[in-house]
Design a binder for this molecule. Structure first.
Ligand code: PLP
Length: 457
């Protein structure tokens, strides 16, 4: 019998682990229709939406501990991705929760800054030590948009060049206007954003030649699922400096994951501006824009140039999120978190690759990316990217007690959890291999998932 949420284990005891039993999602099902009535999309983040998961999936999560979560029906899962990669230490990770709670008791938000703002600025700039100044905010979109605005003000130019091979930079119009999902965004805004290809310096040079002295910034993740070719990032920086363009690295994912100081630190190329978020607070809402003093200071009150309205919001520096981030930095240093993420990712990657080999499905299922940030790709019998096969894989993992929209590990994914996941992947890929032979529709229990970035439903 599936367990009900009345017999959830206490927060101190996340065991026993999830098992491959038929799961009852009836409590979740009862709320889903209501959620769609009240919330466009049924959830406040598209990546968590019903269209991103199979029909046989938990609809709502009640609580989490470490890398385990329990849904509304009391089903237990090991999960990956963890708050869209924000929760790098683990759910309800006590030292961070404790640091935030202590600060909450001292007050969240005053009419003058708390000295914590300076304390965290010092700690952050010690980590991202190539930057001179930093400004904190609540999410990745705001800081990345602020970097674009600052670059436009600094250069007096209007165009923005973004890496077209990378999926996401901001919820704001300058970026969303360049995607399929551009309804509600004036064409005049979309036309200001240009795209270049990753690992292609010549292509970027041609783009800059086509719009001489018009491009304010070049914006990219220093690395996403594809690593940079040798010398690429430095050549990009040299080209930007030759053309008076501001180089921005979006480190929202790579920060505190590739390296504590981000991909810029791993690849030893310092951008003019960079943005951090996600992992900074182990799930608490905090992000950062960091960079060179002569650019950042345009947002200050001590110069005689035109002022830039730089990231000034009511909740911009909530004290408990600052306290959480300070504790996260301390823990990263003390516990070697980044090294652990890479090590556990390697264990998982090797195990999954063995499963792929065992089931003879190379070319149809692949695990990609760096060990600290693994994703996977599903292809059909003809080798074409396939949402139905993604759905089948998700469905079979969920049956086994694993939620894995990606294979992004946290500090709470111990060897036991990684090994349990590899067993589950082995089962899921056995079904996948059969579906490659006799058709995915013979195995899917419902409609396939859809990409977030699509024009129509
Ligand atoms: C690379 C990258 N940049 C920026 C963002 C935006 O961050 P947020 O969702 O915190 O606004 C995201 C979010 O997924 C991201 O992956």
């Amino acid at each position: 019998m599936p367990r009900k949420n009345t017999d959830l284990p206490s927060t101190q005891e996340p065991r026993p682990g999830p098992s491959a039993i038929a799961k009852d999602f009836s409590r979740s099902r009862a709320l889903q229709a209501r959620a769609h009535e009240l919330i466009p999309g049924g959830s406040h983040t598209y990546a968590k939406g019903d269209d991103q998961f199979p029909e046989q999936a938990p609809g709502f999560i009640a609580r989490g501990k470490g890398c385990h979560v329990w849904d509304l029906d009391g089903n237990e899962f090991i999960e990956y991705g963890m708050g869209l990669r924000a929760v790098t230490l683990g759910h309800a990770y006590e030292p961070v929760a404790e640091a935030a709670y202590k600060q909450m008791q001292l007050g969240l938000n005053f009419s003058r800054p708390a000295s914590l703002e300076l304390e965290l600025a010092e700690a952050f700039l010690d980590v991202v030590d190539s930057a001179d100044m930093v400004k904190f905010a609540k999410n990745g979109s705001d800081v990345t948009t602020a970097a674009v605005k600052l670059a436009r003000a600094y250069t007096g130019r209007d165009l923005v060049a973004i890496c077209g091979d990378q999926p996401f930079f901001s919820v704001d119009d300058w970026f969303i206007g360049s995607t399929e999902l551009d309804a509600g965004i004036p064409q005049a805004i979309s036309e200001l954003t240009l795209k270049f290809r990753y690992n292609d310096v010549a292509g970027l040079r041609e783009l800059l030649d086509r719009y001489p002295e018009r491009v304010a910034c070049v914006l990219l993740e220093a690395e996403a699922s594809t690593p940079p070719l040798a010398g690429y990032l430095q050549a990009l920086k040299d080209l930007c400096e030759e053309r008076g363009v501001v180089l921005i690295f979006d480190e929202i994912i790579t920060g505190f994951r590739w390296h504590l100081g981000g991909a810029q630190k791993l690849h030893r190329v310092v951008p003019h501006l960079s943005t951090f978020g996600k992992a900074m607070g182990n799930g608490f809402a905090i992000s950062a824009l960091a960079g060179r003093r002569d650019i950042m200071r345009l947002g200050g009150i001590d110069h005689d140039q035109a002022r830039v309205f730089l990231l000034s919001t009511t909740h911009g520096a909530e004290n408990h999120a600052l306290a959480a981030a300070l504790e996260v930095i301390r823990l990263y240093r003390e516990l070697g978190i980044v090294e652990f993420l890479w090590k556990q990712g390697e264990r998982l990657q090797a195990g999954i690759r063995d499963c792929i080999k065992r089931h003879g499905i190379a070319g149809h299922f692949e695990v990609l990316g760096r060990p600290c940030n693994l994703i996977y790709q599903t292809r059909d019998a003809r080798g074409q990217p396939s949402q139905p096969f993604r759905t089948l894989f998700l469905q079979e993992l969920i049956r086994e007690g694993i939620i894995a929209p990606s294979f992004v590990v946290s500090f709470s994914h111990s060897d036991a959890e990684i090994d349990r996941t590899i067993e589950a992947v082995d089962h899921a890929l056995a079904v996948y291999a059969r579906a490659l032979q006799d058709g995915v529709q013979n195995h899917l229990l419902g409609r396939p998932v859809k990409p977030v970035n699509r024009k129509y439903n």
